[in-house]
Structures are given as C-alpha cells and as structure tokens.
Design a protein around this ligand. Sequence first.
Ligand code: G3P
Ligand code: MG
Length: 244
Amino acid sequence: MITEIIAHRGASKIAPENTMFAFELAYMLGAEGIETDVQLTKDNIPVLIHDESLRRTTNGKGYVKDYTYKELQSLDAGSWFSSDFCSARIITLEDFLVWIKPKNLTINLELKNNKIDYINLESIVYRMLKEHCLEKRTTISTFNPTSVKRLKKYQNEIGVALLTSRQNPNLVEYAKSLGANALHIKYRLVNRSLITEAHANTMAVRVYTVNRYRQMINCFHEACDGIFTDVPYKAVTLRKVFQY
Ligand code: G3P
Ligand code: MG
C-alpha cells in the first residue's frame, strides 16, 4: 500500500498557503493530491482561505463572510509570506477546480465550518464538484460532526472524512455512525490498531500535518492512506529512498 502525498494548503512551506503559487509548486514538485480550506463569502462564493479572519494571510481585516468576492479580490494574499508573492490573490473554489481538472491530482476540500457553520456550504461545494465532474477524485472533510452528517448523503459519490485531533477509543465506530468513509487525524493519534480497525471497516486514514522525516517514515510504515504535508517534495523523495 502506497501512502499518498497530499500538499497541505499547497506547498505551503515555500509559497503562501492556499494560493495558486502554492498549488502550482505542489503540482510541479510531485504532490499527488492537494488539500485546501473552504470558506464562504457574503455573496455565497466558496473561496480558499484557512482562517475565518483575513488578518493573518492577507492585508485585509475582519471576516471572510462579511465581504463579497469582488471586495476580497483586491486583497494581497502573498506579502505576509514574502514580498515576492505580492500578486497572490484569494482564489475561488471554481478557479481551483478549473485548474486541477486536467491534472492527475486528488482533491481534498476541507470545509472550514467548525467555527462558522456556513449555511448550505456542503450542497454548494457538492454541486460545484458535480458540474466539473470531479466528485470521484474528491474527499470533503470537516471537523464539524454535524456537517459530516449532512455530507452523508454524498458518501457513495464523494469521500467524506471526519477530521479530528481528539483521542477516542471508539473513533472508527463514531466516524462511521456520522456517515464518514475516511478519517483525517492529527499525527499524534497514529497507531497501528486504529489503522487496522479503520481498514477493516473500509475507512481510509490520512494524517496531518506531517513535516518531519521521522513522522513521514512512521506513516509510510503504518500504512496510512495519505499524509498532509507542507513539504510534499520532501515526502516524495523520502518515500522513494525508503522504497515504500
Ligand atoms: O485537512 C487537514 C488539516 O488541514 C486540518 O487542519 O487547521 O491545517 O486546516 P488545518
Ligand atoms: Mg486544512
């Protein structure tokens, strides 16, 4: 079993996260999938940005939900990282899907609805994936268990993952009961019995955020289905060297 290498917010160690620069670099440097974070604008456009607030990764302030996409378009989403990226912009999910469609990459859309439970985010994202015929290579994930329940009806067409950082002896059972068919767990939760149990229940296990060599090797060794990493090129090389 080969552990899939998924670029976490793109190649986010060397380019501003969730921008086209980070996605292009991840693709060119050998990532096999892209993970990105989805929030909703005031005019209901899904956009790719990790935080609910604009402060950390743009020159704007306030919340994504309080601006129209047109307003957000004028923000600089790269200079916080380096002045070399001052042309980076917040992009829409639509832009991202158009970009990724012809490429041999899997897609993980993380709905950022655990703090703000955006109305209809699940169905808006699902419809867009259908329009682009991308549902088969996409997993939608969220930390919000209620949202996982709402995604359950799509689980035959799309991967549905429960994200968690919490220890829970009944995690596989719990995720299944919500309607998830994958588990996306924090690195410290990785252990053989959890992975064996998940696999026995046809549930994939992917792990975030795996940036260190030792962690990568452990995930390969424990047959994790995927890792989310800010340094996909490092993981690709390591996996080759260790012949996993
Ligand atoms: O989807 C995996 C990982 O991205 C979850 O946490 O905070 O980096 O979005 P976060
Ligand atoms: Mg994420």
